[in-house]
Write a protein that binds this ligand. Structure first.
Ligand code: AGP
Length: 612
């Protein structure tokens, strides 16, 4: 949440900062701002998006080769000009941008007020910048770096920060705890950002900061140390990302581009993990911990939002095929509920960003309690990926649309590979079934393509239901999480209220909602729950609900029973979730566009939820 950028070098900082903020806008878009040093420190900031900031700055002098910038997702204080970052200390010695939350800000603020410090905003960030200035002015031997470290040693909470000191203007100081920060290494210049997306236009050599790191950056040097002043050796990583990955190309929205990328991203996720002769699944990142997994007393999968839905698919598949007990937990609940864990438990975190605060905290808690911890992440080098004992990258590529689409299908692909691999290793499925299921998985990209070409039909169905106020999504078995995910997609981008339910639960409450105004989306592909879900369809039909069904091609039986249908190719139930979600993603997308919503940046949301 919130994106921060910085530049120090010989180029004009402003265009680099603005382009960086545009790339990071998915992390928050309540307000934006930049601070540029050019003889003095100038701050420009305003409520709204990065485009509003550009308009706000249009007639101002923004020259200067050192600068920092911010795009905000509000935590403390409403989104307005005053609360926008960068924040300046009372006497103007420091400007600072911050991603995270200073949890003890109220206490620190009270102490600073007692020392005569006054505040302009409602933010925790302004407390931090004033705390830095307080230490800076208090001690004779205290330079900017020491002041930053002293202030951070008093802070409880999470931060990724970039700071400029007016009197030590040839440097930017950055620090990280809990919120990601990446430094790009150029020739005589450095780039700073919350993730690598703003940096790859200039360099693919980056350093990912670890928690408790502080970096002092001039245009020619980088010094890394801890908050406690212990030197830290840094590791340079090569980022594998292209500019094309960060642009919409011919698509109207990133979400649509990402939906259409899925044949490739699913293939990228299993390619290299299925042997060329399609006889073996190889998960290199799990090699060292595989015996633990195979013999796990229990697997607990944690995640949030869409990633939690992918975890649920994993639960169905692993229990069904590998016969290992699996529990799926919301990371936000798991971390606080004192769960019983032991060294025989394996905890798997699923996270697109690899930075979700609750998932990361839950994982750390599991590790402290002796469990083996694994990660299924999309962002290479992310915190979860780095802190786990092993894992599998999803290879979905950069996902920019706030609504997760290709990341979900990549996560489900990994869950499928894992379930099959465990099943084979534990002798729970025959070689014949194993080979058949690998074959089924390898046919998925082609089948996804065949659904995507039907987008005009999905669009026409969306047009019929775009004005509804509520929608109900039903599914059973592995398709229940698909119903949950379909409902989440609709509500988050179109603001239409939608509920996902296990179809068998419908008669325990939600059926009361059914009338001739309610669209009921039923995921009714052919599997061994099929007869049951047909009964649920009948129950909705009897109450005049409008049924939109996801059905297997050739299932003519349902045609007369439902109002609209989305056909998906015939497939084995183990891979059907990968197909069934595709029409639901497109359905949500078209409804949101028709309702005039901001599809890629829905209100109140942020892509990477790095605060609790
Ligand atoms: C879904 O479309 C959202 N983007 C959201 O639910 C997301 O899946 C959740 O915040 C978890 O994010 P993560 O996968 O990066 O951990």
């Amino acid at each position: 949440m919130c994106g921060i950028v910085g530049y120090i070098g010989d180029k004009n900082a402003y265009p680099i900062l603005i382009q960086g903020l545009q790339r990071l806008e998915y992390r928050g878009y309540d307000s934006a701002g930049v601070a540029i040093y050019n003889g003095s420190l100038t701050v420009h900031k305003c409520k709204g998006r990065v485009a509003d900031l550009e308009r706000h700055i249009a007639d101002k002098d923004i020259s200067g080769c050192i600068g920092i910038g911010h795009t905000r997702w509000a935590t403390h204080g409403e989104p307005n000009d005053r609360n926008a970052h960068p924040h300046t200390s009372m006497n103007g010695n420091f400007v600072l941008v911050h991603n995270g939350i200073i949890e003890n800000y109220a206490e620190l603020k009270a102490d600073l007020k007692k020392n005569g410090i006054t505040f302009q905003s409602d933010t925790d960030t302004e407390v931090l910048v004033n705390l830095i200035e307080y230490f800076y002015q208090k001690g004779e031997e205290v330079n900017a770096e020491i002041a930053v470290r002293l202030a951070l040693s008093k802070v409880v909470g999470a931060y990724g920060i970039a700071v400029i000191c007016k009197n030590e203007k040839d440097q930017i100081i950055v620090a990280r705890k809990g919120s990601p920060l990446v430094i790009g290494i150029g020739h005589g210049e450095y780039f700073i950002a919350s993730d690598a997306t703003p940096i790859v236009s200039y360099t693919n050599s980056v350093i990912y900061l670890n928690d408790n790191d502080v970096a002092i950056i001039t245009k020619d040097s980088l010094t890394l140390k801890t908050v406690e002043n212990t030197p830290v050796a840094f590791k340079i990583t090569k980022v594998d990302m292209t500019i094309g990955d960060l642009e919409k190309g011919d698509f109207e929205h990133f979400m649509l581009k990402e939906i259409f990328e899925q044949p490739k991203t699913i293939e990228d996720t299993f390619r290299g993990r299925i042997s060329p002769d399609r006889t073996e699944i190889v998960l290199g990142g799990l090699m060292d911990v595989f015996p633990k997994l195979v013999n796990a007393r229990r697997i607990i999968i944690i995640g949030c939002g869409t990633s939690w839905h992918a975890a649920l698919v994993g639960e169905y598949l692993i229990e069904e095929y590998a016969r290992i007990p699996v529990e799926v937990e919301y990371a936000s609940e798991f971390r606080y509920r004192n769960p019983i864990l032991s060294a025989e438990d394996v905890v798997i975190a699923i996270s697109q960003s690899g930075e979700t605060a609750d998932t990361l905290a839950a994982l750390r808690m599991a590790k402290e309690n002796g469990a083996t911890i694994l990660g299924i992440c999309n962002v290479v080098g992310s915190s979860i990926a780095r802190e786990t004992d092993g894992g599998v990258y999803t290879h979905a590529g950069v996902e920019i649309g706030v609504a997760s689409t290709k990341a979900f299908t990549a996560q489900v692909t990994v869950m499928t590979l894992l379930a099959l691999k465990l099943a084979k290793e534990r002798g729970k499925i025959s070689s014949e079934v194993y080979l058949n299921l690998i074959q089924e998985l390898s046919e998925i990209p082609g089948k996804v393509k065949s659904i995507l070409v039907k987008h005009p039909h999905i669009k026409s169905v969306a047009a019929k239901y775009k004005d509804a106020s509520n929608a109900l999504y039903l599914g059973r078995g592995c398709l229940f999480p698909v119903a949950l995910e379909g409902a989440l997609k609709l509500k988050e981008i179109s603001y239409m209220h939608a509920e996902g339910y296990a179809a068998g639960e419908m008669k325990h409450g939600p059926i009361a909602l059914v009338d001739d105004n309610l669209p009921v989306v039923v995921v009714a592909a052919k599997d061994h729950y099929y007869e049951k879900i047909v009964s649920n369809i009948q129950e909705v039909k009897a109450r005049k609900g409008n049924i939109i069904a996801v059905v297997t091609e050739g299932d003519d039986g349902l045609k007369g029973m439902v109002n609209d249908l989305f056909e998906i190719p015939k497939s084995h139930p183990v891979v059907t979730p990968l197909l069934a979600i595709i029409p639901l993603q497109l359905f949500s997308y078209y409804i949101a566009v028709m309702r005039g919503c901001d599809v890629d940046q829905p209100r109140n949301l942020a892509k990477s939820v790095t605060v609790e």
